[in-house]
Design a protein around this ligand. Sequence first.
Ligand code: GLU
Length: 329
Amino acid sequence: MSAAAGGVRGRLAPSPTGALHLGNARTFLIAWLHARRQGGRVVLRMEDLDHPKVKPGTALAALDDLRWLGLDWDEGPDVGGPYAPYVQTARRPLYRAALERLREQGLVYPCVCSRRDVEAGQSAPQAGEDGLAYDGACRGRFTGYAAAAAALPPGRLPAWRFRVSGADETVFDDGFAGVQRQRVGETTGDFVIARDPDGAGYMLAVVVDDAAMGITEVVRGDDLLAATHRQLLLYRALALAPPRFLHVPLVVSPDGRRLAKRHGDTRLAAIRAAGVAPGTVVGVLAWWCGWAAWGEELRPADLLARADLRTLRRESAVLADAVKERLRV
Ligand code: GLU
């Protein structure tokens, strides 16, 4: 099946951390509306690679929260579809094949540098955590992955790092954030694509999967804006066509910080258990976007006529006291 012939394909890509909270919910609602407004299909992909301890059942339970909210999808782990499987841990052969292509071009090498460095690249990284550019200490250091693994204590795995050429500049026109430019060689340097012998880690997998599933629009939080440049280098190296990216602001605490436990339990599961109706939650999410009046009760489908991304509020959504009270957070 040709994705190009199929029109717009958007995706929801939850990680099964059990923390499907108001921030993710808002981003998913925007992504869903953006695809549906264009008559597009919605794909649900479970990004469980970096969470090996999560039981498959728990991961799928998170989908129930999304359905409760009123979101639906045409393809996913529970409904199947032409690009199955839709769970990343079941897609390892694809990551291995992509890694092999990068290895053949001499574009990756195994690295044993600090765990902190490696972990920052392994999970979806947050803006500001990128730190200094990697110095390339492990470039050309090991004959192969096994040799690198032998240099580490048991239980620790080397990372695969992508070799960045200093001159590589990436430019893309974000559908919400506008034109973005970066020289990854200067900002990040050689970056981690996975910490796994088969290349099964967030950075490589997200590129392989969005391309393999024919995703045309990636709507996600703007904490991934910087990482997009690294992903574009992977698209280029693998000769894959990148999707259109739209990075939207996150939900933050009143002091402007990322939501954390101390700001209250914003998990959808907790809000649901407190007896709040889904329409109330969707109403607040839409109010944050500038698409609803305070106090409206809405289904996602009610927002189809209003949810023009050009009118999405540019400021971060704030978890204000009134919101906490209304959602019993
Ligand atoms: N699974 C990632 C997350 O939950 C999303 C990554 C992406 O949208 O590219 O943070």
